[in-house]
Design a protein around this ligand. Structure first.
Ligand code: DHB
Length: 393
């Protein structure tokens, strides 16, 4: 098989890239090791920056999102006994965020690619990048029946997540990795319950962070800070609700609605960046190159930002034989990545209880929140990042 751009990974980065390339008249093929059902049902975060929703509409893929998603114009923050509202829309001159689950975005993008006649091979195995230092890079794989196959490409993109083979195809000596692991994780649940509050609540409680989010009028998403090594078996539903009530219900006049918990799991929190994001004709995008902790929900948005830059660069290279933008891709993408890393780290450290921190640092976190609650300038900076930073020219 031959294609212009071979993409490994059918997540947000791979799918947005293949759509953007298609609109620029460039062919691509996506290889994915999971099944379509698994991709379309894996639970991730759910907040889209304003420009991501505009991009989806511009690609003709915003129909279901516009019917089903929730537009949010602010967030509620809590710390100790205090609660305040951050009016994101007013602070950003009218921008909003959209609460629409990542797997719903993926369903819409996969359906769109299939309708366009785009090629996505699910359940492939043994994916390996070859000859990426030449002008004829290729991706070897086995199709779902186990038959060995090969994709001959002009360029290859690893949108294959943190654990994929893409990053490791860049020689160790030519990449630098930056890592931070946090001494806490998130226990996330989905519950059949009515909406408890009209916007997301980010809460710092003395026993740990809690987040109230939503998926639909009937389904709610909530998270609590926990030990990343904890076993979900230690968390019967009653214990989860008790923690959520305690950490979220600090104002006496407000109550969290309970319901049937039908999905729960624990994830660790980490920050990670790989520099560079290119080796020859191999390019990294999304989680293959960087991880943010979930606080602030930047992961999907950052993956889409990578491939928006990359698609324009590939278009220049393939259609106009100009490679300046492709050469600049790692530097261009990394400027935005580090700002998202900074914001996600800042929201995480400010809102979580870290037993390894000194009492001094603990007081600083509380002062951060106290300052944020009273300063319009500080709130504007958070709001600007929350809705999504503008793109560099
Ligand atoms: C959700 C996840 C986040 O990390 C966040 O900051 C806000 C919302 C969510 O899953 O709904």
């Amino acid at each position: 098989q031959r294609t212009q751009v071979g993409i490994v990974g059918c997540g947000p980065a791979g799918l947005f890239l293949s759509h953007l390339l298609h609109r620029a008249g460039i062919e691509s093929v996506i290889l994915e090791n999971r099944s379509r059902e698994a991709v379309e049902s894996t639970i991730r975060a759910g907040v889209l920056e304003h420009w991501v929703t505009d991009l989806m509409r511009g690609m003709g893929l915003g129909g279901r999102m516009d019917r089903e998603a929730h537009i949010h114009s602010g967030i509620t923050l809590q710390y100790g006994p205090n609660r305040f509202h951050l009016d994101v829309t007013e602070l950003t001159g009218g921008k909003q965020v959209t609460v629409y689950a990542q797997h719903e975005v993926l369903r819409d993008l996969i359906a769109g690619r299939v309708a366009d006649g785009g090629a996505i091979h699910f359940e492939v195995t043994d994916t390996a990048f070859h000859d990426v230092e030449t002008e004829a890079p290729r991706i070897a794989f086995r199709d779902k029946d186990g038959t060995p196959d090969e994709l001959l490409c002009d360029y290859v993109v690893a949108a294959d997540g943190f654990h994929g083979p893409g990053r490791k195809a860049i020689p160790e000596g030519t990449r630098q990795e930056y890592n931070k692991t946090y001494p806490f994780g998130w226990l996330g649940i989905l519950a059949r319950a009515p909406i408890s509050w009209h916007e997301l609540i980010y809460a710092r409680h003395e026993d740990g962070f809690a987040l109230l989010s939503t998926r639909s009028p009937e389904i709610q998403r909530m998270y609590i800070q926990c030990d990343p090594a904890d076993d979900i078996a230690n968390w019967p539903d009653a214990r989860i609700w008790a923690e959520l009530h305690k950490r979220l219900e600090i104002a006496g006049n407000w109550h969290l609605s309970e319901g049937d918990i039908f999905q729960k799991g624990i994830i660790p929190l980490r920050s990670f960046v790989c520099e560079t994001m290119r080796h020859g004709r191999l390019f990294l995008a999304g989680d293959a190159a960087h991880i943010v902790p979930p606080t602030g929900a930047k992961g999907l948005n950052l993956a889409v930002a990578d491939v928006l830059v990359l698609s324009r660069a590939l278009e220049d290279a393939i259609r106009h034989h100009r490679t300046e933008r492709l050469d600049a891709y790692p530097a261009t993408a990394l400027r935005r990545i580090w700002k998202a890393e900074r914001f996600s780290w800042m929201m995480t450290t400010m809102l979580h209880v870290d037993e390894t921190e000194s009492p001094f640092e603990h007081r600083i976190r509380m002062a951060d929140l106290d300052f944020l609650s009273g300063s319009r300038n500080a709130q504007a900076a958070v709001a600007e990042n929350y809705v999504g930073l503008p793109f560099d020219a």
